[in-house]
Design a protein around this ligand. Structure first.
Ligand code: PLP
Length: 389
């Protein structure tokens, strides 16, 4: 059967080809240390699992959910934003429940943009931002995130044409892949840009809970006027190790939230109610699991940084997320280096150019294996004699 143009034009999944290379190496019987993936390695905390178990026993959860999600989860999401960020949200009009944040990233252009309109995407950036380009039949330009600007965009480098035409602009801090974080001042600058040029802002806050050295990442919604111009997407995947549960929400601008809800009225009947119940428990229950998780990632980051420095690899410590963005030795491209490490050190990493052309010269390393495996990975790399101590 001939596929639609829409589907034919979807970009091939960068992570799928990486997973394929790693799976092939493992199938050959090699002991691969996989630092290339972004799948949290810890289990969902027990109190959240218990909430699901209890809820699933109740036949009320076996029925259709309300189309726009349960009031309980929307109220828990609003209370979470008040508690964590001192942001006021109306659960009915300023929160939309999502099957994970990935779907929201694709739904927003579908719901808000017409054929041929322009969106602005970060480079490097999470590759799935590109999925909506053929699906919504829209166009995009990228803006570079450069190390010399702490991986924040330089809005003065946008052209008048880009500012005039752009309908949406995507941001993501703490950032995948660079591990950079944003400031409230930067988000205020973003609100000003959005207002002046009528651009909708989508802030992907997937790593919102993961800041190191006692730093709590800033929410875009904490910037004055943010709700007038944009939404923030929050996911439970990373904060509560619930990646497989598929639950998140969008928060902020009423019109953008309504647009998501209208689209979803036609695509889904919201999530399994027992999952919504467990998600509400995650957001409102004991948060010590989050504190421990962040400490765990921070410890792994410290191990990685110490080990890299020990072998003479000059690296910068990420301030948030569970990724480190490491420079590639001059003799290699990103992809060559990733292939070389897989082949010679049996260490899988993500090549930086998979996140956009500005990612060239870097690899992304995930902090999703135990300390000892991180040490072992760097010991294996040390044997390749690439760096001067
Ligand atoms: C930057 C970023 N945004 C969004 C997502 C999607 O998360 P989910 O769909 O599980 O909420 C991910 C997942 O890896 C991510 O890294």
């Amino acid at each position: 059967m001939k596929l639609s143009q829409r589907v034919e034009q979807l970009p091939s999944q960068f992570f799928a080809s990486l997973a394929g290379k790693v799976a092939a190496a493992i199938a050959e019987g090699r002991d691969i240390i996989n630092l290339g993936q972004g799948n949290p390695d810890q289990p969902t905390p027990p109190h959240i699992i218990r909430a699901l178990q209890e809820s699933v026993e109740n036949p009320v959860t076996h029925k259709y959910s309300p189309f726009r999600g349960t009031d309980e989860l929307k109220q828990a999401a609003a209370a979470f934003y008040k508690r964590e960020y001192d942001v006021d949200l109306d659960p009915d009009t300023e929160i939309a429940i999502l099957f994970g944040s990935k779907i929201g990233l694709v739904e927003l252009p579908l719901a808000l943009m017409d054929k041929g309109e322009l969106m602005l995407l970060p480079d490097p950036g999470y590759p799935d931002y590109l999925s909506s380009v053929p699906l919504a039949d829209v166009t995009y330009d990228t803006f570079p995130l450069l190390e010399e600007n702490d991986f924040l965009p330089d809005y003065t480098a946008l052209t008048d044409e880009q500012k005039k035409l752009a309908k949406l602009l995507y941001l993501n801090y703490p950032n995948n892949p660079t591990g950079a974080v944003a400031t409230k001042e930067f988000f205020e600058e973003t609100v000003a840009l959005a207002r002046e040029n009528e651009i909708g802002i989508i802030h992907d806050f997937a790593y919102g809970a993961i800041g190191f050295d006692d730093y709590q990442p800033v929410s875009f919604l904490q910037a004055e006027g943010a709700k007038d111009v944009g939404v923030e997407l929050y996911t439970l995947s990373k904060t509560y190790n619930m990646a497989g549960w598929r639950v998140g929400f969008a928060a902020g601008n009423k019109d953008m939230i309504e647009a998501i809800n209208i689209l979803q009225d036609h695509l889904f009947v919201s999530l399994f109610p027992a999952i919504q119940k467990a998600a509400a428990e995650a957001l409102s229950g004991d948060q010590s699991c989050v504190t421990s998780l962040v400490k765990l990632y921070e410890q792994r980051r410290n191990v990685l940084m110490e080990e890299c420095k020990r072998i003479g690899w000059e690296v910068t410590a990420p301030k948030g997320s569970f990724f480190a963005w490491l420079p590639v030795p001059a003799a290699f491209t990103s992809e060559e280096f990733a292939d070389y490490l897989l082949e010679e050190a049996k260490v899988a990493v993500a090549a930086g150019n998979g996140f956009g052309k500005t990612g060239e010269g870097y690899i992304r390393v995930g902090l999703l294996v135990e300390d000892e495996r991180i040490r072992e990975a760097i010991r294996r790399i040390e044997k390749l004699d690439l760096f001067q101590k």
